[in-house]
Design a protein around this ligand. Structure first.
Ligand code: C5J
Length: 224
């Protein structure tokens, strides 16, 4: 079983029971004109993680391992978007409003699509989720358990919102969780740093963190 150098301790993961989870690498967060930009954020801050996720995704694909992509989005009638979420903040465009990439944060619109660099393969799981956490109101837990998945490596955006929420949900459901440090970004770099620290504090209260180099090295080792 591969083991990688991680914090707070080395992380061992059975390959066939491990999934890469890529959270919300969709145009609505990463590109100008989407939900993230409408909230006043600088989307360029999310760019560094894109090639890192690409590299880890390629390594998982090369070994035929389980990959899960998530997308945050709502039904066209917004029936799954609570008023509390719809009314929050003072965005220039609200959820459901028409924007340059179609309706903001609505499933199936151009802005809801995963960015081309990370486009899912037909064999990979794609989870559409109305909340920040990928386990809330989705079939994710059942799909992972049906595949015998026990270990999750997390990546995607944004670190302290959908990534952290999903990792905490997974932790409470008994999955062993690791966040790949450079495969995630936030509009607030200080929040990213704080998230990494709070995950691995107290002996790994939510899980582990490790750089992508350690993940890739452990996968290479597993081949030999
Ligand atoms: C946000 C996300 N930030 N994917 N969503 O609203 O983190």
């Amino acid at each position: 079983m591969p083991t990688l150098e991680a914090q707070p301790t080395p992380f061992t993961f059975p390959l066939s029971k491990t999934a890469l989870v890529i959270i919300d690498m969709q145009r609505d967060f990463v590109e100008p004109g989407g939900f993230g930009a409408a909230l006043g954020n600088d989307v360029k801050l999310l760019a560094p993680s894109i090639p890192v996720v690409e590299a880890v995704l390629a390594a998982f694909r090369a070994r035929g391992l389980t990959v899960v992509h998530t997308r945050e989005g709502h039904r066209a009638d917004l029936g799954d978007c609570p008023p509390a979420k719809l009314g929050r903040g003072k965005p220039s465009l609200r959820i459901g409003d028409p924007g340059p990439m179609g309706r903001i944060l609505v499933t199936g619109e151009p802005g809801n699509q995963i960015i081309p660099e990370l486009a899912p393969l037909a064999s990979e799981l794609v989870i559409d989720k109305p909340g920040k956490g990928a386990f809330y109101a989705t079939p994710l837990d059942g799909l992972l358990r049906a595949r015998g998945i026990t270990h999750l490596l997390f990546s995607g955006v944004t670190t302290e919102v959908c990534v952290q929420t999903t990792m905490r949900e997974a932790n409470d459901r008994g999955y062993e969780c690791l966040l790949i440090e450079d495969a995630t970004d936030s509009y607030f770099p200080a929040f990213k740093q704080a998230t990494l620290e709070m995950i691995r504090a107290q002996g790994g209260i939510v899980g582990w963190t490790a750089p992508s180099a350690a993940v890739l090295e452990a996968l290479r080792h597993a081949d030999s």
